[in-house]
Design a protein around this ligand. Structure first.
Ligand code: PLP
Length: 398
């Protein structure tokens, strides 16, 4: 560890294997994985279809270069287009890279329209990544502090606030796009009002702005639809994906619809690894399994069971403010910082996460079965209730 840069405060545990929603650490202790490596392993660990696709592809060709045609990448583009209604995809290796592509696309689109200093509207509490452009787009001082000068060309409004965006529309002629998470993940699993995304679609249409949705966390079936914006019945101009796309094989995508799909021309953007045969094969197998195993329906149903179960167990417990989310993207907001629940979860054999200081976040695999979800509810409700009770007894802690 002394030879690793100090970018993470790592928990003292290492996992050596996994199967479905279960993982085992190097001491043989078993954990229920309710985090999926932060929304990555949607099919759980060691899914046979993904394992086979990776092994088969690795035995044929792992990497070729985007200087050549890549049939696996083309098939993946076709499949994602069919599922999303988008027209074209650019493949990269991560969420921040997918958002970098979207930001470059929006700026280029602006320049084509004669706007020389294009502005992208972004949201408070948004998270878009850690590269310079995406941390500048991110709405968190913690992410940005120390990395100034930030990139210019972003205008920030509160999430879920229609008036603030109308104000920008009335006052800023340089705006070319809105970049938004359909549900905010790192910001604390924030679910906007019914109709907010339709409002965004309408204002973007009216103003000639691109609507760019960051589905890096909320996409790939996580909320019970392929992509979370589909709950609102809209089609964005640009959508970014990563996390769950390759079930752990690093791959990201920036998809575009309509005129936005033709903004990039050769030489304007690229990636050495992006969409290579191995990553594309893993993503194709992931999409196929989500579809053939009915995992969108499962995510809705089991997510509902978890929210209802937690509601039953925790309603009326002082300190629990709200249980919210969609499908298997779930947040439990407490009235106090609760980071230590992560360590307590580890001790209890449960992998969870805390985001935005006070929100316990669950991102279990889409294959989670009702029996496993009941166990998750049981263990987590106990952890939270015990934590809140102990805090009440010793209010100096935390
Ligand atoms: C995780 C995340 C990113 C960044 O993805 P990386 O692969 O870590 O670069 C961007 N946007 C959202 C919404 C995310 O949740």
């Amino acid at each position: 560890m002394q030879h690793l840069m100090n970018t993470y405060g790592r928990l003292p545990v290492a996992f050596e294997r996994g199967e479905g929603v279960w993982v085992w650490d190097t001491n043989g202790k078993r954990y229920l994985d309710a985090l999926s490596g932060i929304a990555v392993t949607g099919l759980g660990h060691a899914h046979p279809k993904v394992v086979r696709a990776i092994a088969d592809q690795a035995g044929r060709i792992i990497h070729a270069s985007n200087l050549y045609q890549i049939p696996e990448q083309e098939r993946l583009g076709d499949k994602l287009a069919a599922l999303s209604g988008m027209d074209r995809a650019f493949f990269c290796n991560s969420g921040c890279e997918a958002n970098e592509a979207a930001i470059k696309l929006a700026r280029l689109h602006g320049h084509h329209k004669g706007i020389e200093q294009p502005v992208i509207v972004v949201m408070e509490k948004a998270f878009h990544g850690r590269t310079m452009a995406t941390l500048s787009a991110t709405g968190s001082r913690k992410v940005q502090a120390g990395f100034e000068p930030l990139l210019s060309g972003f205008s920030r409004v509160p999430y879920n606030d229609r008036e603030a965006l109308e104000h920008v529309a009335a006052n800023n002629r340089q705006v070319v796009a809105v970049l938004v998470e359909p549900l905010q993940g790192e910001g604390g699993v924030q679910v906007p009002d019914e109709g907010y995304l339709r409002f965004l679609r309408a204002i973007c249409d009216r103003q000639g702005w691109l609507l760019m949705v960051d589905e890096v966390q909320s996409g790939m079936g996580r909320t019970g639809r392929w992509f979370a914006h589909q709950h609102a019945g809209i089609v964005p101009d640009v959508m970014t994906l990563a996390k769950g796309l390759g079930n752990g094989m690093p791959i990201g995508a920036c998809l575009a619809h309509g005129p936005a799909a033709d903004v990039f021309t050769p030489g304007k953007h690229g990636s050495t690894f992006g969409g290579n045969p191995l990553a594309s094969a893993a993503a194709l197998a992931t999409l196929e399994a989500i579809e053939s195993e009915g995992l969108l329906e499962n995510a809705s149903r089991v997510g509902g069971l978890i929210r209802a179960g937690l509601g039953e167990r925790l309603s009326g417990v002082p300190g629990v403010k709200q249980i919210r989310g969609k499908g298997l993207m779930i947040g439990i907001e407490l009235d106090r910082p609760c980071g230590e629940l992560v360590t307590r979860g580890l001790e209890a054999g449960l992998l969870i996460n805390v985001t935005a200081d006070t929100v316990v976040r669950l991102l279990p695999a889409l294959i989670l079965q009702p029996r496993e979800s009941a166990e998750l509810v049981e263990r987590l409700a106990d952890l939270i209730a015990t934590f809140l009770r102990a805090e009440a007894l010793a209010p100096i802690a935390g």
